[in-house]
Design a protein around this ligand. Structure first.
Ligand code: ADP
Ligand code: MG
Length: 259
């Protein structure tokens, strides 16, 4: 198998003051987690709210207090590299958020929002931004409006276009459809699926919703109170769950049909 794009090894993340952490008193949000993400693949990360999913993926961007373990990206050890020093990775890994509205500047037009990462890096080309917005289903006329006029689904299309602007290899998606109606969720998931094939993207797809992960992921890890309790292919985990926690999660979601 090819070298993974992302490799996380025995990662421990604890919130709290240095003193609290040293005394073992902090919030141990992530405890001994390891995983790899490969080109063109989707790894689903599932678990209930508060289990540490966001904490874990924010560590890929230098935004979580790592106590021990290692994060490698694109063959480099980036464990201790803070967020402000990440420029040199050139946007190869980008984040898509649950609520794009909080991530989109309400004063900017949608065109400006998608153009911003390109402007910052001196690579802005008007037609490229137009093509990108067209590709995610935002019309040229809509692109001149501000995000406040957009529905949740449209805003997420903008969030995805912005994340793709610098031509990343990896998208880290933190509950990207959790705020949307089910019919809109399906549209966004289909779009993500098309984009993945078109651009050979790797997705780290975070969701508390097992039925969503089942639709999008190749492999899945199940997280519970900071630890991975189960991992496998979608088929293995959904059809033959081994861990009692996974079995409970599956049983508690009536609209997941177990085939
Ligand atoms: N900035 C923070 N400071 C202190 N504790 C935090 C912080 N962010 C998250 N936590 C705690 O870490 C745990 C994991 O949270 P989070 O990673 O947001 O979970 P999830 O994304 O799975 O809902 C929770 O107990 C949460 O309260
Ligand atoms: Mg979260």
């Amino acid at each position: 198998m090819s070298e993974p794009l992302i490799k996380v090894e025995d990662l421990h993340i604890t919130y709290g003051s240095q003193l609290a952490v040293r005394r073992g008193k902090g919030v141990r949000a992530v405890r001994g987690v390891s995983f790899e993400l490969h080109a063109g693949k989707t790894l689903g990360l599932v678990g209930e709210s508060g289990c540490g999913k966001s904490t874990l993926i924010r560590s890929l961007f230098g935004l979580s207090p790592i106590v021990s373990g290692a994060v490698h990206a694109f063959g480099e050890d980036i464990t201790g590299v803070p967020a402000r020093k990440r420029r040199r990775f050139g946007g190869r890994m980008q984040m898509v958020f649950q609520d794009p509205y909080s991530a989109l500047d309400p004063r900017m037009t949608v065109h400006e929002i998608v153009a911003e990462p390109l402007r910052i890096t001196g690579k802005y080309v008007r037609s490229e931004v137009e093509d990108l917005l067209d590709r995610v289903g935002v019309s040229a006329e809509m692109a001149q409006r501000r995000p406040g006029e957009f529905s949740g689904g449209q805003r997420q299309r903008v969030g995805i276009a912005r994340a793709l602007a610098l031509n990343p290899q990896v998208l880290v998606l933190d509950e990207p459809v959790s705020a949307l109606d089910v019919s809109i969720q399906a549209q966004i998931l289909n779009l993500l699926d098309d984009l993945q094939r078109e651009f050979d993207l790797a997705y780290l797809f975070v969701s508390h919703d097992l039925s969503v992960v089942r639709h999008v992921a190749d492999d899945v890890v199940v997280m519970n109170t900071g630890e991975f309790v189960e991992r496998g292919t979608i088929d293995e985990v959904f059809n033959h769950p081994q861990h009692p926690y996974t079995q409970t999660l599956l049983a508690s979601i009536p609209h997941v049909e177990i085939v």
